[in-house]
Write a protein that binds this ligand. Structure first.
Ligand code: GDP
Ligand code: MG
Length: 684
């Protein structure tokens, strides 16, 4: 029981923000005020702790999500740093999956940017309660109230100011807490550590009263008791207001809004108080269900209770120069003890937990046990990849895998020196363990090594890490679209294999049918041969052989959405072998694919361009020339939003073109949508 009470004092949060909104700067302040850092690190001079990777510091953007634990008052706050760039939506989704609440950080000048919209809607999908914080109140052009409007208009959110700023731009001084009706100033002598609570300045009394009534009314109408008191003209206590507001945030009806300027050390502590006051503990979250390992149709769930069987989700795997491979996991139920063996049902493997760490920013603390709500780092797990479930061996559960973006851009890569080529492959393997949207492969035709990712920036950053972090300088080819292949007709084909390999006769003979599968189904294999003599090993060999044979299609691209039906085999009791079957079926499907009218598929992206009205005509004309299709135009504030789809192969360099067409005023976002038959048939 005592432990359950502790769990109520955990907050698992993420900070969602558009690049440059000030996430790193704010996180640094949080760590400083909670006493974990003795000196504030700054993004601008490259000393921020959260941006632990070199190139992040250089680029000043946060790519990988690092998890950090800190104490705020007597609450344990786990901060999962979510990446802001839209190229990294897989990482954003992964972190949204494991956090319970979020701070949505907005720049007081830029407000709601298109990329924050994408992340906001993803957070809606994952049912994440949020508070919003308007940062950079000191910047020229800062406007707290405009950001409130933008949240309403662009996000369809229901923001509720629980603070208002005193001044703005270079006259910004501090904040007014509308619940306590106090002005709060942050001492500039000790980096904002000391807060002074004062009466609301005369010139702000009317505004504070106005926004206090808006707030009180919005809260009171959610609770009959409170509403009665309010209508009777009774004063509502801070506790009453906070309690009802908390419930409204947890049900995601309201987004409380705070403000400040992290760079000038103002507003961060009240923001953290709001995290404690309004964001959920692990006990208050409705978790996504899991599945029965043996029957994926059957839904099972675990309660956030220590007496339930252990279950956790591995949301990040990374390679640390000192600890080797480290798995970050969020515990959903039960307890994890040092030395415990756990099941990874996805990989069908057991893993032993030999060490458990808690990450306190860049310091790690070794712990002996962990439980619900904890974010732990486990070194040495051998089979676990990002997105895998870890659970009690006797009570397996499979949490839904996170759907990751498709790697749709490819580039050839080679080490600058021959000596590094082998090292390059081993590093690429590590990186693909860390990042499920990153893949590498050997192109059989050209003998080149290819890397594939979700966007141009994604691969650029991988190459950067290779160079800096792993000391393998590389040369990259031009980015190319990752085409796929499929078949468009049905074909029946047979193949026989009969050869002596290493002194043993290997024989197999099969007849297969190849047919187009529905889009999105991948490769499907049906074995319709009912023959006792086909043992388990042979059956597995047949399935693996069929998949192997379809890995590369007639035109050299990965095949998708193809069905294989094994119709018959010529079984020879003396001669048939598993290896013989594997090679025979693999040849059969490869040859069949050539006869089944193979077609090339290309990745198509959905696209949103936000532009002033004047440029809409030119933007659409340009999209049409790129084989794009406009699906609709809507109004957003004083901007037009063009929604459409376009093949990725036509969109390289779009950023430059859009800039010139719109004199730099239009912006766009693009995400993978689906594959479509490609126009171009030639391989490039
Ligand atoms: P992130 O990309 O969201 O992590 O943003 P950073 O924390 O790296 O900040 C981006 C830039 O904005 C840096 O140059 C910061 O110094 C600056 N910045 C952050 N917070 C503030 C603020 O409150 N006011 C002003 N004027 N600049 C800020
Ligand atoms: Mg950052």
């Amino acid at each position: 029981m005592a432990r359950q009470k502790d769990i109520a004092k955990i907050r698992n949060i993420g900070i969602m923000a558009h690049i440059d909104a000030g996430k790193t700067t704010t996180t640094e302040r949080i760590l400083f005020y909670s006493g974990y850092l003795h000196k504030i690190g700054e993004v601008d001079d490259g000393t921020a702790f959260m941006d632990s990777m070199d190139q992040e510091r250089e680029r000043g953007i946060t790519i990988m999500s690092a998890a950090t634990t800190t104490m705020w008052k007597d609450y344990q706050v786990n901060i999962i740093d979510t990446p802001g760039h839209v190229d990294f939506t897989a990482e954003v989704q992964r972190s949204l999956r494991v956090l319970d609440g979020a701070i949505a950080l907005f720049c007081a000048v830029g407000g709601v940017e298109p990329q924050s919209e994408t992340v906001w809607h993803q957070a809606d999908e994952y049912k994440v309660p949020r508070i919003a914080h308007v940062n950079k109140m000191d910047r020229s052009g800062a406007d707290f109230y405009r950001v409130l409007d933008m949240m309403r208009e662009r996000l369809g959110a229901n923001p509720l100011a629980i603070q208002i700023p005193i001044g703005a731009e270079d006259t910004y001084e501090g904040i007014i807490d509308l619940i306590e009706m106090k002005a709060i100033y942050f001492s500039q002598e000790d980096s904002g550590l000391t807060m002074e609570y004062e009466d609301i300045p005369e010139s702000y009394l009317i505004k504070a009263e106005e926004y206090r009534s808006i707030m009180v009314e919005a809260i009171a109408e959610r609770d009959d008791d409170l509403l009665g008191k309010y209508l009777d003209g009774e004063e509502l206590s801070s506790e009453e207001l906070k309690k009802v507001l908390r419930a409204a945030v947890l049900s995601r009806d309201v987004v409380p809004v705070t403000c400040g300027t992290s760079l000038k050390n103002s507003g961060v502590q009240p923001l953290m108080d709001a995290v404690i006051d309004y964001l959920p503990s692990p006990l208050e979250v409705v978790y996504q269900d899991g599945y029965d390992v043996d029957n994926i149709e059957k839904i099972i769930s675990r309660k956030p209770d220590e007496n339930e069987p252990f279950s956790a989700l591995a949301f990040k795997v990374l390679t640390d120069p000192y600890m080797g491979k480290v798995t970050f996991a969020r515990i959903y139920s039960g307890k994890l003890d040092l030395g415990q063996s756990v099941q990874n049902p996805g990989a069908d493997k057991k893993e032993k937990v030999l060490k458990i760490f808690k990450m306190m920013s860049n310091r790690r603390e070794e712990i002996k046990e962990a439980s619900i709500g904890d974010i732990v780092a486990i070194p040495g797990l051998r089979f676990t990849k990002t997105g895998d479930t870890l659970c009690d061996i006797k009570h397996p559960i499979l949490y839904e895998k996170i759907r990751f973006a498709e790697p749709v851009i490819k580039q050839s890569i080679e080490a600058k020196t021959l000596a590094d080529q082998e090292k390059l492959i081993s590093v690429l393997e590590k990186l693909s363990d860390e990042d499920p949207t990153f893949k590498y492969e050997n192109d059989e035709d050209s003998g080149q090594l290819l890397i594939a990712g979700v966007g141009e920036l994604h691969l650029e950053i991988i190459a950067d890490r290779l160079n800096r972090e792993f000391k393998v300088p590389t040369r990259l080819g031009k980015p190319q679209v990752a085409y796929r292949e499929t078949v468009s007709s049905k074909v029946i084909h047979d193949a026989e294999f009969d050869r002596e390999i290493a002194g043993k006769r290997q024989y197999g003979s099969v007849t297969v049918e190849l047919y187009p599968e529905e889009r999105g189904n991948g490769i499907c294999f049906k074995n319709e041969v009912e023959l006792k003599a086909l043992d388990k090993e042979m059956q597995d060999a047949l399935q693996n052989g069929a998949i192997l044979g379809l890995q590369v299609g007639p035109q050299g691209y990965t095949m998708i959405d193809v069905g294989v039906r094994l119709i018959s085999v010529k079984h020879d009791l003396e001669a048939s072998t598993a290896m013989g079957y594997k090679i025979a079926i693999s040849n059969a499907v490869r040859e069949a694919a050539q006869k089944a009218d193979p077609i090339l598929l290309e990745p198509v992206f959905s696209l949103e361009v936000v532009s002033p009205e004047d440029y809409v005509g030119d933007i659409i004309a340009d999209l049409n020339s790129r084989r794009g299709r406009v699906e609709g135009i809507s109004q957003r504030g004083n901007m037009q939003v063009i929604h459409g789809v376009a093949p990725l192969s036509e969109m390289f360099g779009y950023v430059t073109k859009l800039r010139s067409v719109s004199q730099g005023r239009a912006i766009y976002t693009m995400v993978f949508s689906h594959y479509e038959p490609a126009l171009k048939k030639e391989k490039f």
